[in-house]
Design a protein around this ligand. Structure first.
Ligand code: GDP
Length: 326
């Protein structure tokens, strides 16, 4: 089984690439739920939806979220009724939220609701929320503490970030199947998702970080940072707020207790060499940095990155078992 840890945007592109080269039933995708929120009543799980839509062939390529070709009549009607309209929910997308909300109200867990939605969309990969316990990513900004979607969508990440916390995380448990998937994985892949607000909440759920450090599978991450900036979105500002350099070194540091291979961009070759030769990673000498094109402009790029990541995970696996049999 190939196990992926992911958020919604960079993650969905990466999962799209993987789904083109790995049989879907061999994929288990552990998804961030720190962005979940109630919107007009329904329970929205933005990253789970993006991953479900990409695997079902429904994700809007232009927007990178929501359903391709969706209409927005409900959004317009809500606006007319004087309700907030800053979070765009399409009509078909709303159907997913309504179904999830009903399943949760009937007493199903988020894992069960996700499984039902995935089955009904014809998805053969396994999508697991990181936890069935509610965890909320809270951003302390110059205007006070706000939820992630308010920071990211409503305020377009313009506010200065002081810190990030995951409310509810001390009581949270990994969703059923998460720890087992990590322990028995053939390879664990970290999508080029925001390390603070997409991968960060997953790692913060008690037990998950330890399971990553302990798994015998190779852990391979794709960097969301190229040079000194994120490919898109606020990852750079959030990394700085958490004291991490905005570079591949920052990504390596964020994952230093479990990462085996980091896939970085060709343009970061020099930083990769510097990083390796200046011993910035003394604590973890195992880390290999491999450079290639990591910008996913089209499906060919996505597929090529997926193939590279899988071959790195497998080569490392072979090297590790050769070492063991010496
Ligand atoms: P979110 O839940 O919507 O924030 O989505 P993710 O965390 O999964 O994705 C956001 C991250 O994806 C950002 O930090 C981007 O830098 C990264 N990203 C977006 N497109 C690309 C790409 O083409 N290549 C790489 N390497 N990273 C990307």
């Amino acid at each position: 089984m190939i196990v992926v840890l992911t958020g919604g945007t960079g993650g969905a592109k990466f999962v799209d690439g993987l789904s083109r080269v790995v049989p879907h039933e061999d994929l288990t995708i552990i998804v961030n739920t720190g962005d979940d929120h109630e919107w007009w009543g329904p329970y929205v799980s933005p990253d789970i939806d993006s991953i479900a839509y990409v695997l079902a062939g429904l994700l809007s390529n232009e927007r990178g979220w929501g359903v391709s070709g969706d209409s927005f009549h409900c959004l317009q009607a809500m606006q007319t009724l004087g309700e907030p309209a800053w979070f765009s929910v399409g009509d078909r997308d709303l159907a997913t939220h309504l179904l999830r909300t009903r399943l949760l109200a009937e007493g199903r867990t988020l894992t069960e609701a996700t499984q039902t939605i995935a089955e009904r969309l014809g998805i053969r990969a396994r999508i697991l929320p990181m936890s069935d316990t509610r965890v909320e990513t809270r951003i302390a900004t110059s205007i006070g503490e706000i939820g992630f979607e308010e920071y990211f969508v409503k305020r377009r990440y313009q506010d200065k970030v002081n810190s990030v916390r995951f409310a509810g995380v001390p009581e949270a448990q990994p969703a059923p199947g998460v720890l087992d998937a990590l322990a028995t994985a053939e390879a664990v892949l970290i999508a080029p998702s925001n390390p603070i607000t997409s991968i960060g909440p997953i790692l913060a759920v008690p037990g998950i970080r330890g399971a990553l450090a302990e798994t015998s599978a190779q852990v391979v991450a794709v960097s969301p940072i190229i040079g000194t900036a994120a490919v898109s979105g606020p990852a750079g500002a959030l990394m700085s707020a958490q004291g991490l350099p905005v570079s591949i070194a920052g990504i390596a540091n964020a994952y230093d207790d479990f990462l085996d291979v980091l896939l970085a961009d060709n343009s970061d070759r020099e930083s990769a060499r510097d990083f390796e030769s200046h011993g910035q990673y003394e604590e973890n000498r195992r880390l290999q940095i491999h450079c290639t094109n990591i910008l996913m402009r089209n499906s060919e790029d996505r597929e090529a990155i997926a193939r590279t990541v899988l071959s790195l995970a497998r080569q490392e696996l072979m090297a590790a078992s050769a070492e063991e049999t010496k």
